[in-house]
Design a protein around this ligand. Structure first.
Ligand code: ADP
Ligand code: MG
Length: 720
């Protein structure tokens, strides 16, 4: 083992546990839950009744905010925050970088006595003006003003973030240009939520419900890796790209299948508990933690919430984990594929809709009415997934995720919907016009629409499906671990709103023609499923057969990010987002430009890091070993020894050859058109990077261990 790697091993061993961690021992979590949140309870305590009522209306019904109350709310927020030690506030927003952004301002206002008071005005709560010019705009601001502003989102509660020596009040905000273009990920999400509310409420009311609104709900399961900080710091590839560009497989990978749900190591558990305590204070309902399939891989999942809050909370979960990991001298890896040869990390977006009466629209009900509604909603979603499969694919398209989708560990790049055996059979029978009533006892007959009461089935989960019905929600499994979830949720909300409107239109038309509600619904369900049931697939998504079958069914198989992005500006996509006022053509184009640019930049960094590390770290180690072998053979030499030297020499030559090819391809291949360049990167540079890696990883298995300069997989994955 090289000196550096030995040193790292010693550091880790001597560190023991705990580090800076000072747990709040045995605190009852209900005592700390939500303590840093300006939540319902605090609002009721601190706001005058009338003000509270008005604010509540905005929060639950998404009604426009009554500006006259802002002053009072701001003042109450400031009092509460300063009592908790906050000296500053920040408008917290989500620019198109995919991260979050914050600029802190003090409450402090000096007075004429040379002393100071703390102040926070209604206008400062409602609107902020960060300098927008350094955030990516995808070209929007070339034609409009460079300035942007942040606007308070009262539907996601303000919260306090404590740091070592102070605290800051965080106010979730949307970020727009002065002419109203969305420069962030939250604004389109809120707009899609409005579209879904409108379309969902319309449909359930046609079907006889008294609900006054419908909202989407989301529960986000987050996967991640943890490795020791020392190893991370010794890997330039991890630092620059978030993934290892080199590394031969560990002797012990995930083949023993002993990590999944295994006992959690005490050092890791300390990190998890520390993280969770903080997340509880932020009112984030973390429910589940466990070891994942790969060594050093874990998962955290909260209980679902309204989608907008769930998205904000997922951003916070990632941020808090990053901070806490550093405190525990660990590094969290949120990249989709930090290590080759073992599982990558995804994020499961469990999605459903609930109405103002508290009903989950995807809960198969017990009454005829509930079942009618369930089947109509399910039909609409199947239509949405089929009609706009490309949008679901685009919503998860980025460089990191290309390593997962289709790599037989995550769902394939083909978008299909899994319904399970029971529901799948019902759909097929509806399409075929067969009565399902004879199959199970206790069926509910409504018009000719028949739905057996469904056994809640949590067992036949199909891990290979990208969009799976799991009992009372859909689980979109194609998201990458590092991803900002606002985009997929925005896209799902929008395509579902479109289909809910479609079925509403059809039902209304049939009823105008004289049909009863149940006959109308029956007709629409059957006709719509007939057209769109091709997207339903209950088999093995990893199989070769499915690739062929999907092609026969005419389903898209957009394997890589550039393949998917080609479709992003299709006319039907532009029309859809404009029709639902979620994104204007200009806003969509801005996001397209940024996605293409980000892909190119991410891979550009990888290519450069690959070249540099191969040439300046790996090649010297290989040559040194070659020298040692040659020197050893000066005294005694034999055929096997010569063969070894030759093998090392030839592999080194091959490494140098592939580096030269990469150099050449980089010099030659600059395309002015961004999409062309992205495609060139994918077709030419990505395979060449892989070729460099193949030779380097070969050398790792040949060169003396004490000369190998980079921490090896077995160390990073197994020692922490
Ligand atoms: P797993 O998929 O790992 O078996 P679970 O079934 O326990 O996990 O749930 C996964 C996630 O789905 C959790 O965050 C849970 O709160 C969420 N979930 C449950 N019901 C809904 C719903 N109606 N809408 C959105 N998410 C939901
Ligand atoms: Mg899941």
């Amino acid at each position: 083992m090289s000196d550096l790697r030995q040193q790292i091993g010693r550091t880790i061993a001597s560190r023991g546990q705990a580090n800076n961690y000072q747990p709040e021992i045995n605190k009852d979590v209900t005592e700390i839950y939500g303590n840093y949140v300006f939540n319902e309870k605090i609002m009721r305590q601190r706001l005058p009744k009338e003000v509270y009522k008005k604010l509540k209306k905005t929060i639950t019904n998404h009604e426009p905010l009554d500006h006259s109350i802002a002053e009072i709310v701001a003042s109450a927020m400031k009092d509460w925050a300063t009592e908790l030690g906050a000296s500053h506030y920040t408008h917290w927003f989500q620019p198109l970088t995919g991260a979050t952004a914050e600029k802190h301002d003090a409450f402090l206002v000096p007075d004429e006595n040379g002393t100071a008071i703390q102040q926070f005005s209604g206008s400062a709560l409602i609107q902020g003006e960060p300098d927008a010019s350094s955030f990516p705009s995808g070209g929007i601001r070339a034609t409009f003003e460079a300035r942007g502003y942040t606007a308070w989102d009262p539907t996601s509660p303000a919260f306090i973030r404590k740091s070592e020596a102070g605290a800051t009040l965080f106010i979730p905000t949307a970020f727009c240009s002065y002419t109203g273009e969305a420069l962030d990920k939250k604004t389109p999400l809120l707009r899609s939520e409005a579209a879904l509310t409108k379309a969902g409420t319309r449909l359930v009311r046609i079907l006889g419900s008294t609900a006054t609104s419908v909202q989407s709900t989301a529960g986000l399961e987050q996967e991640y890796f943890l490795i020791d900080m020392e190893y991370y710091n010794a890997r330039p590839d991890l630092i620059a790209t978030g993934r290892t560009l080199f590394g031969a497989p560990s002797y012990k990978g995930q083949s023993m299948e002993d990590h999944y749900f295994g006992a959690i190591k005490s050092r890791i558990l300390a990190f998890m508990e520390d993280t969770e305590q903080y997340l509880y204070k932020l009112g984030i309902p973390i429910k589940t933690r466990h070891n994942e399939v790969a060594p050093a891989q874990y998962e955290v999942a909260p209980i679902f919430e309204h989608a907008n809050m769930a998205v904000d909370h997922n951003m916070l979960v990632m941020e808090v984990m990053r901070e806490k990991a550093a405190k525990h001298k660990l590094k969290i890896l949120l990249h989709e594929k930090p290590f080759a040869g073992i599982n990558g990390s995804g994020k499961h977006c469990n999605w459903s809709m609930s109405d103002s009466l508290g009903n989950n629209l995807l809960e198969p009900g017990k009454t005829p009415h509930d079942n009618l509604q369930f089947l109509v909603v399910l039909t609409a979603i199947i239509r949405a997934v089929d009609k706009y499969a490309k949008l679901l694919r685009i919503s998860v398209a980025h460089a990191g995720n290309d390593h997962r989708l289709g790599a037989n560990e995550a769902p394939p790049a083909i978008i299909s919907a899994y319904l399970g055996d029971e529901l799948g059979r019902i759909v097929e029978e509806l399409v075929a016009g067969v009565k399902t009533s004879s199959r199970a006892k206790g069926n509910i007959q409504l018009g000719s629409l028949v739905l057996p009461s469904l056994p809640k089935d949590n067992t036949d989960r199909n891990r290979t499906s990208p969009f799976a019905f799991t009992g009372n929600k859909f689980e979109f499994r194609a998201l990458g671990a590092s991803q900002h979830v606002a985009v997929p949720v925005t896209f799902i909300n929008t395509i579902v709103a479109d289909s809910l409107d479609y079925v509403s239109d059809q039902i209304e038309a049939a009823m105008k023609g004289g049909a009863s509600l149940s006959d109308a619904a029956d007709k629409v369900v059957k006709e719509t499923l007939k057209v769109h049931h091709r997207v339903v697939f209950n088999g093995d998504g990893y199989s070769e057969d499915w690739q062929n079958e999907a092609a026969k069914r005419g389903l898209l198989n957009l394997k890589t990010t550039p393949d998917a992005l080609v479709k992003m500006m299709d006319q039907d996509v532009v029309d859809l987002f404009e029709r639902y006022k979620v994104l204007s053509k200009g806003e969509l184009e801005a996001r397209y430009n940024i996605k293409v640019e980000t892909y190119i930049k991410a891979l550009d960094i990888e290519v450069n890091a690959t070249r540099d590390m191969a040439r300046t770290i790996i090649l010297p180690a290989a040559l040194k070993y070659q020298g040692q072998l040659a020197a050893a053979m000066a005294g005694y030499s034999s055929v096997p020894q010569k063969q070894l030297l030759e093998k090392v020499g030839k592999t080194t030559d091959a490494l140098m050859g592939t580096i030269a090819e990469l150099d050449h391809a980089l010099e030659k291949g600059h395309h002015k058109d961004a999409l062309h360049h992205a495609q060139y990167t994918k077709d030419k540079l990505v395979p060449l990077m892989a070729a460099v890696r193949t030779q380097a990883d070969q050398l790792e298995l040949l060169v003396a261990d004490e000369l190998w300069p980079l921490p090896k997989y077995r160390e990073m994955l197994l020692l922490s």
